[in-house]
Design a protein around this ligand. Structure first.
Ligand code: B16
Ligand code: MG
Length: 215
């Protein structure tokens, strides 16, 4: 019998590759302000809320904006980001994700979403994945972003599962830190060199099974 009774998934970079659209939209904003945003710098933005991401980008470019202008720019970025997301279809779900979620359903493991994104539901609808999730904790519900554990603790509460019986799947350093702070098994999706703090790191879900989480 596994210790894990519930699995909580990050959205961007775990269920679907929207990270590339976030990057494209943020890069355009940076370019409009007269500087560039590298892929490496973009790594710092993963799992971080929209307004916090904007503050990091402005610090990178050494640009200061009024609060009003920041809200205007962030809204513009979001419109651009959503336009890019509308190109997505169910085929854009990352490889192996559906098969893994079907396996969890078959094993009666509970499933929830823990995302910093305020667009989580729209995106899940777009890729026809909404019905897999018993609960959705997104950027509209949380008051403290990753690496704070709030997002995953709320998910565990919704699923009536103690944190020690939850596994979190995350592609961002801040998200792994959030899972560890919540006292959950942290599974990194990506590269070991980036997600060094995770308990397990895998490149993706292809060939990944529930039994790989351990006993
Ligand atoms: P939005 P996740 C995060 O989603 C993204 O990784 C991060 O890059 C983004 O800034 C954040 O959502 C907020 O997104 O602008 O859509 O509200 O990885 O926690 O699912
Ligand atoms: Mg992510």
């Amino acid at each position: 019998m596994s210790l894990i009774k519930a699995c909580l998934f990050d959205l961007d970079g775990v269920i679907v590759d929207t990270a590339k659209y976030h990057y494209q939209a943020w890069r355009q904003l940076a370019n409009e302000l007269g500087f560039d945003l590298t892929l490496e710098q973009n790594e710092q933005l993963k799992g971080i809320s929209r307004m916090e991401s904007l503050d990091i980008i402005l610090a990178i470019g050494g640009v200061e904006l009024s609060e009003e202008e920041k809200v205007r720019r962030a809204t513009e970025k979001n419109v651009r980001y959503l336009e890019l997301c509308m190109q997505m279809t169910p085929e854009d779900t990352l490889p192996g994700v559906r098969a893994f979620l079907d396996e969890l359903k078959h094993r009666s493991v509970k499933v929830g979403l823990g995302s910093a994104s305020k667009n989580a539901k729209v995106i899940l609808e777009r890729i026809d994945m909404l019905s897999y999730f018993e609960t959705i904790v997104d950027g509209n519900r949380i008051t403290r972003g990753k690496p704070d554990p709030q997002v995953f603790l709320l998910g565990a509460e919704d699923l009536n599962t103690p944190p020690a019986n939850c596994a979190v799947f995350e592609d961002a350093v801040a998200g792994i830190q959030s899972a560890i702070a919540a006292g959950m098994l942290a599974v990194g999706i990506g590269e070991k060199s980036v997600l060094a703090e995770a308990d397990i790191v895998v490149p993706g879900f292809v060939g990944f099974h529930f039994s790989d989480l351990g006993d």
